[in-house]
Design a protein around this ligand. Structure first.
Ligand code: FMN
Length: 331
């Protein structure tokens, strides 16, 4: 799959996830292999401009981006076209990110209601078009993508209009999460609605997103829906190897630097990578929630969760992980 001038090795994309898809997470996914594109969590364009102006350094949410392995996408949100274009320009022209992604899907009150951004804009395809056009001009030739939900609510499904607006403004791909904003994460993602978007796109890829948790889910969506690629969010939390498993099941060749690692080794590596950007205390706090995802579905994970919530130091963290994860394998 191609996104503008970026050729992806696989049509499998890691979804942006606030609080999770930081540098260490993206690096773990790259090390496992199989993922065509990793993505940062969303960053507000206005605050990016403030931070750059006042502090002359990048927002903490973008730690790693200037130097980490490409391809990598940075997701930004706002409702002022000039803010998004200005940040897109810095990301594309100075930081050389591979893809600039704009968020038109976030339903959180802070983003959608208070800031009239994210999913709020799904009711305003004209504004989407304006935002995308200005950002595309500022980023060229770096591709700009659009991530959206189906619409704001069940009786306001606007994905087709928004996707058309985005393509005509120069977007290089659209990612559609098959829920409305009003749904939050309840119910299931509606892939039939995602599929309808394909019919209105002329040249750019459609990437479907929502509820892909297993290799079978991924193959099912790729084989039965008219999507060019799939995006995975919660399904890769604590499972950075899922992209590799899917790519192998698709018959693709995958390079993996840690193919034989067991789950404990992956957790250790994830922790070491986290320590590159955070001090010990903050890294432990950050890893508490991440390691619980690695423990999902394992026997006694409930007790492990309770215990890990109390650890304070690197030594305590590793010792508890060593007791819990021994004997288990990742793949
Ligand atoms: C913890 C969490 C944080 C998220 N943060 C973002 C975000 O920053 N930007 C965004 O576009 N979507 C965000 N999402 C939505 C996901 O990208 C994705 O669209 C959604 O989870 C559905 O896909 P999934 O079923 O594969 O998880 C977030 C989802 C979760 C669970």
């Amino acid at each position: 799959m191609r996104i503008g001038n970026v050729q992806l090795e696989t049509p499998l994309i890691q979804a942006p996830m606030a609080g999770f898809s930081g540098y260490a997470f993206r690096e773990m996914i790259r090390l496992c292999g199989g993922c065509g594109l990793t993505t940062t969590e969303m960053v507000n364009a206005r605050s990016f401009i403030q931070i750059e102006k006042n502090l002359r350094h990048s927002p903490p949410r973008l730690w790693g981006i200037p130097t980490e392995t490409r391809p990598v996408a940075v997701q930004i949100w706002d409702n002022v076209p000039e803010n998004l274009a200005e940040v897109g320009r810095v990301l594309a022209q100075i930081w050389n990110v591979s893809v600039v992604d704009i968020n038109f899907g976030c339903p959180s009150p802070t983003v959608a209601q208070r800031s009239q951004s994210g999913s709020y804009l799904l009711d305003f395809p004209d504004q989407v078009e304006k935002i995308v056009r200005l950002t595309v001009e500022a980023c060229a030739p770096t591709p700009v993508t659009v991530k959206m939900r189906l619409g704001t609510k069940p009786n306001r499904i606007t994905a087709c209009e928004v996707a058309q607006a985005a393509e005509s403004a120069g977007a290089a791909a659209v990612y559609v999460h098959g829920r409305t904003a009003a749904q939050g994460y309840s119910g299931t993602a509606n892939w039939d609605e995602i599929a309808k978007v394909k019919a209105v796109l002329k040249n750019i890829p459609l990437v479907g997103n929502g509820d892909i948790r297993t290799v079978d889910d991924a193959l099912n969506r790729l084989n039965n829906y008219p999507v060019d690629g799939i995006m995975i969010g919660r399904g890769c939390l604590g499972k950075p190897w899922i992209f590799r498993d899917i790519a192998l099941a698709m018959g693709l060749t995958v390079e993996s630097e840690i193919a034989d690692a067991n789950r404990l080794e992956l957790v250790r590596r994830h922790f070491e990578l986290t320590l590159e950007s955070l001090n010990e205390r903050d890294a432990v706090v950050n890893m508490r929630k991440i390691v619980c995802r690695y423990a999902d579905g394992m026997p006694n994970s409930h007790d492990f969760r309770n215990a890990i919530a109390k650890v304070e130091t690197k030594a305590e963290f590793l010792s508890l992980c060593e007791q819990f994860f021994t004997e288990t394998t990742a793949f």
